[in-house]
Design a protein around this ligand. Structure first.
Ligand code: PGA
Length: 245
């Protein structure tokens, strides 16, 4: 599973150029689930590109709000389903840090959406927590949001160390593999129905390092920010995952 998180980037012109670059470089192969999460205002533009007719691409949302109604600026789970979004990212560290999102709100979002579409729950420690050897404790706390919830295959976890996002720094592939195994075990032992989720790695994934992560046993794909803004680079990372490059 390879998912692009465009964050607050993009324009109509960018989408045209991105699509051309993607289609020129992507080698068709029915293996990876390919997702793109553009800013919500561009979801429809992306659904209308020829990309959708030529390649099986899943459009998703970068987040949802906890409910509908009098919540200016918000987008509800029903709205993204109305636009046929195939997944939503929840709990990204930028939402936690810049918008003060709490675990309690993240849990409410998961309850709203997890049974209806694929939910990519982001977890990860800060640099300080990493240096203090608190990574596993922090992840356990963040994963409390799935405790006692009945989960089906639609829950995916993205391990995104905050210190690796947009910095060019990453844990070693071996470290990532160990943490992914830990995450799978925690979710399996705490969720109501012992769900065993897919776990994606996110944080400075690019064409150069992708292969080293994908060869690890418990790495089921990647959530990609910066490198996903270029259609060629994103296509190449998918090709690496699919083994067609
Ligand atoms: P990055 O972002 O690939 O630019 O590090 C990843 C993310 O925030 O999902």
């Amino acid at each position: 599973m390879i998912v692009a998180n465009w964050k607050c980037n993009g324009s109509k012109a960018m989408i045209n150029e991105w699509t051309n670059n993607f289609l020129t470089n992507y080698v068709e192969m029915n293996k990876a689930f390919i997702g793109i999460a553009p800013p919500s205002i561009y979801i429809e533009s992306l659904l209308e590109t020829e990309l959708n007719k030529l390649v099986e691409i899943n459009i998703g949302s970068q987040d949802i709000d906890i409910s509908s109604g009098a919540r200016t600026g918000a987008i509800s789970s029903d709205m993204i389903l109305d636009f046929d979004c195939k997944f939503s990212i929840i709990g990204h560290s930028e939402r936690r840090q810049l918008f003060n999102e709490t675990n309690e709100e993240i849990k409410q979002k998961i309850l709203k959406i997890a049974k209806k579409t694929i939910t990519i729950l982001c977890v990860g420690e800060t640099e300080e927590e990493n240096k203090n050897d608190q990574t596993r404790d922090i992840l356990k706390k963040q994963l409390e949001v799935v405790r006692d919830i009945e989960l089906n295959n639609s829950l995916v976890i993205a391990y995104e160390p905050v210190w690796a996002i947009g910095t060019g720094n990453t844990p070693t592939p071996n470290n990532i593999n160990e943490i992914h195994k830990f995450i799978k075990d925690v979710v399996q032992s705490t969720s109501y129905n012992s769900a065993y989720p897919m776990v994606l790695y996110g944080g400075s994934v690019n064409q150069e390092n992708a292969k080293s992560f994908f060869k690890e046993e418990f790495v089921d794909g990647a959530l990609i920010g910066g490198a996903s803004l270029d259609g060629k680079k994103f296509a190449n990372i998918i090709n690496i995952f699919n083994g067609t490059n």
